[in-house]
Design a protein. Structure first.
Length: 352
């Protein structure tokens, strides 16, 4: 089977693309990302054509043909951080821009990713509109909330909803979301507690932070990741990182904190944040301000979760194609036999 071609919307730095391309069966042929800094990072790591136009201005009729449309449409309109405005928020219409692309490209598969809160927004009405809109376009829908630590073997508590739609009912019936797997990746596998080359700007100290005495008192373990909550230290006792968020790039002290092997306290580096999202080890961070890189990491996805879903999507398509071939071959076999044994074949066809 030739590689499936994908169009990627709201691509960010290409986390969803990494996940699908890791299957070896999918390639992104066109992507769109309006944020100029995210586009720089995307181009440093991907070779497909990238449009930086506002999605509203993109001529949907000039897009390349595609088998899959990927869309991590912005979640602010559906999250607590976006005040739960849903479709009343001007960003809520970005789903409908995704729908216009789907309508133009007519892919056989659609894949959407969003925040967990999408399911319950407005008593479920927002989510219902999304599902009904896709079903009206002929897609058979499945959706599930998956956690990075449970489904991606990544030490981060990150729940997201994933929506998968197939035009082919056979593929839809063959598809299942991945099951939970054991978390074997440790914090030390993704965080460099002993790296002596981390820049000084990532470290906290008494002369830089007035609340450093509280950090020194409460950040004591290397088996956990901490957060400064304006007046107190929060310990994430589950042994995983808290959910990384886009506001890590907005200043303040939003980046999670650790105690290093030499007893110092620092925030995670941008590279470590991308590690906690499961990005490839050779992922390239361009020369951008840390604030931009933190925002990009927080806005992205847990790549191994995407990969596991993508593998199941590819498998479902392949099984559907195999069943089609078997039906065709069976029909051709019946036709050839009917010439030699017409009575027998007619009885078999009528019985079936």
């Amino acid at each position: 089977m030739p590689k499936l071609k994908a169009i990627s919307l709201f691509a960010g730095v290409g986390g969803i693309d990494f996940g699908f391309e890791a299957t070896g069966e999918v390639e992104t042929v066109w992507a769109n990302e309006f944020d100029k800094n995210a586009a720089i990072t995307f181009r440093a790591n991907h070779t497909c054509e990238l449009s930086t136009e506002d999605i509203h201005a993109v001529d949907k009729n000039k897009l390349p043909s595609a088998d899959i449309v990927l869309s991590g449409f912005p979640c602010q309109a559906f999250s607590v951080a976006g005040y739960r405005k849903g479709f009343e928020d001007e960003r809520g219409d970005l789903f409908f821009e995704t729908l216009k692309v789907i309508n133009a490209a007519k892919p056989s598969v659609v894949f959407l990713e969003n925040v967990k809160n999408l399911v319950g927004h407005d008593n479920g009405n927002t989510f219902r509109v999304i599902c009904e809109a896709l079903e009206d376009k002929g897609y058979h829908i499945q959706y599930q909330v998956l956690n990075g630590k449970d489904h991606g073997n990544i030490p981060q508590n990150r729940e997201r909803i994933y929506i998968v739609g197939f035009k082919d009912i056979r593929a839809h019936e063959n598809f299942r979301f991945p099951e939970k797997i054991e978390l074997t990746t440790k914090l030390r596998d993704v965080i460099e507690f002993g790296n002596p080359h981390v820049e000084e700007k990532f470290f906290y100290s008494a002369d830089k932070q007035a609340f450093y005495d509280l950090l020194e008192r409460d950040i004591i373990s290397q088996d956990t990741v901490y957060q400064w909550r304006r007046q107190y230290v929060r310990e994430n006792k589950s042994g995983v990182s808290p959910t990384l968020t886009a506001n890590m790039g907005t200043g303040g002290h939003n980046v999670p904190l650790i105690r290093t092997d030499d007893g110092r306290i620092r925030k995670l580096t941008p590279k470590e944040c991308f590690n906690i999202q499961g990005f490839p080890k050779d992922f390239i961070l361009p020369e951008l301000a840390p604030s931009h890189l933190y925002k990009q990491a927080g806005n992205s996805v847990v790549v191994p979760v995407i990969t596991r879903i993508a593998q199941n999507i590819v498998r479902a398509i392949q099984l559907a194609e195999t069943s089609k071939i078997q039906v065709i071959h069976h029909g051709e076999h019946l036709k050839s036999m009917s010439k030699e044994f017409p009575t027998t074949i007619k009885m078999e066809e009528s019985a079936s």
